[in-house]
Design a protein around this ligand. Structure first.
Ligand code: NAD
Length: 490
């Protein structure tokens, strides 16, 4: 821990001196208004540094820069784009430790999980870099009278708006395909975790990305974020965040007919049938809600467990949950760090009372840890019913709600009985049941006998209030590009 704190202090020095600044048209700048806001560590609420508080003027400058840079970036060719994006990946790997330490201090995520986040970010760049040369490939469809040519072109400058949970990885996941497709970008990162978005933009600049191709504007959602979604030069918005923010963005973007791509909230079930491998199911259920502080869109925040095995399964769960180590995020042995900020801490802890009021049991946790920083004990609610708020609402913390079911049909009703539909996890050794059940589950992504394992060519996204559109593989290019048809008379 001490060594990590020393290394972190060295990396933070420059932020403490100059603050986190915007990057517009290749220039590092404060906000035009000169306004700033503070970013504080969730560990002890101490000031990390100030951040440029961009507004509509800064967004306009960034959008104009992205518009001016677009034709040259579009026409530079996929092979050249591939080279630059791979260089970005190399530089991310070189600075992986700095990225991980800053991300943990800024967000409260535990280093044991975050140390891989930078490498996953690099992987996102390499994956889309390799696909850049073929992104515009089309097809010819000759008919008796026409030679039909179908091709793809990048849509133009795009806005990327990201949340505070795993902010580095999510930024790369959105920006890498946009750049590979030939779009230019204005990125508005979450106000609660600005450090690694700044490091990422610096890396892109250093890797030789032409000025204006990648612009960074920090600021508040209702101000800079809103202006980005309304700007006429911005052709599409890729957004990751809460479902209600997605609705607002859709309304804000309507007058300029924005194309939108939304990765939103979740209340994902992990369904454990009596015939499952219960030890593996237990490990996966624990990992999918208590890693990353439970601040993870794909977390399995609802356990649906079959009545016949429920008592035994929940008892083992309590034992394991009580042993989870809560602590400083830079301590390599920590499993759960502090929640991102006070407002979120207040929201998560409010569910401890809500659970009592609803008549559920608080079988583990349900308390704050210490009196500085935003630490909570990993929590398990049992004896829950699907209509309780703890079973319906996205708590977005290390909090699991266990609901019992008797039959497969009942499990399906409960699993689908929420407004969200991002992921689901099913544990059973009955293949026929798995096929029948997954076919009727309302979720964009389902894993059977597995936790969430990301494979970049597969589609990532949710249904219902969990999102619109898919990322991954060619799906990302479909969003960032336009199909174009040309018919040549023969
Ligand atoms: P949020 O919606 O509050 O904020 C996300 C971003 O939107 C921030 O950058 C914020 O400044 C900006 N924003 C806020 N209001 C805006 C407006 N009116 N116009 C434009 N931008 C605006 O979300 P959060 O609290 O930062 O993140 C947590 C949420 O993100 C959870 O619901 C989680 O499930 C979701 N999430 C989803 C995925 C996914 O892949 N589905 C991944 C990660 C997080």
């Amino acid at each position: 821990l001490d060594r990590n704190l020393e290394t972190l202090a060295r990396h933070l020095d420059r932020f403490k001196t100059s603050g986190v600044l915007n990057l517009i048209g290749g220039e590092t700048r404060p906000a035009i208004s000169a306004d700033t806001f503070e970013t504080r560590s969730p560990v002890d609420d101490s000031l990390i540094c100030t951040v440029a508080k961009g507004g509509a003027d800064d967004i306009d400058a960034a959008a104009q820069a992205a518009k001016a840079a677009f034709p040259a970036w579009r026409d530079i060719g996929g092979t050249e784009r591939k080279k630059i994006l791979n260089r970005i990946a190399d530089l991310i790997v070189e600075r992986a430790e700095e990225i991980a330490l800053c991300e943990c201090w800024d967000t409260g995520q535990a280093l044991r999980f975050m140390s891989k986040a930078a490498l996953r970010g690099a992987e996102n760049f390499r994956f889309f870099a390799d696909r850049a040369p073929a992104a515009r490939d089309g097809q010819t469809l000759p008919s008796a009278t026409l030679l039909n040519v179908t091709t793809r072109v990048p849509i133009g400058p795009v806005g990327v708006i990201t949340p505070w949970n795993t902010p580095f990885m999510l930024s790369t996941w959105k920006i890498a395909p946009a750049l590979a497709a030939g779009c230019t970008v204005v990125h508005k990162p979450a106000e609660f975790s600005p450090l690694t978005a700044r490091i990422l933009a610096e890396i892109a600049h250093e890797a030789g990305l032409p000025p204006g191709v990648w612009n960074l504007v920090n600021g508040m959602g209702e101000d800079a974020g809103k202006a980005l979604t309304e700007h006429p030069a911005i052709k599409a918005i890729a957004f990751v965040g809460e479902s209600k923010t997605g609705s607002m963005i859709m309304a804000q973007g309507a007058p300029t007919l924005k194309r939108v791509h939304f990765e939103l909230g979740g209340k994902n079930p992990v369904v454990v049938f009596e015939d499952a491998d219960l030890d593996r199911a237990l490990d996966a259920a624990i990992f999918m809600i208590y890693s990353l502080n439970g601040e993870r869109c794909t977390s399995s925040s609802r356990l649906l467990v079959q009545e016949s095995i429920a008592e035994q399964f929940e008892a083992k769960l309590v034992e394991r949950v009580n042993k989870i180590k809560v602590g400083h995020p830079l301590d390599p042995s920590t499993e759960v760090g502090p929640l991102i900020h006070k407002v979120h801490f207040d929201k998560v802890t409010s569910y401890f009372d809500i659970a009592h009021q609803d008549g559920a049991n608080v079988a583990a946790g349900g308390t704050r840890v210490g009196d500085t920083g935003w630490f909570v004990r990993p929590t398990l609610f049992t004896n829950a019913k699907n209509d309780m708020r703890i079973a319906q609402e996205e708590i977005f913390g290390p909090v699991l709600t266990s609901i019992r079911f008797s039959t497969e049909e009942e499990a399906l009703q409960i699993a689908n009985g929420v407004e969200y539909g991002l992921t689901a996890y099913v544990w059973t050794n009955d293949l026929t049941r798995a096929m029948r059940f997954t076919d009727r589950l309302e979720a964009g992504m389902i894993w059977v006998n597995s936790e969430n394992v990301r494979h970049l060519p597969t589609p990532f996204g949710g249904v219902k209030a969990s999102g619109i559109g898919r990322d991954g593989g060619d799906w990302s290019f479909e969003f960032y590009m336009e199909q174009k048809h040309i018919g040549f008379a023969t």
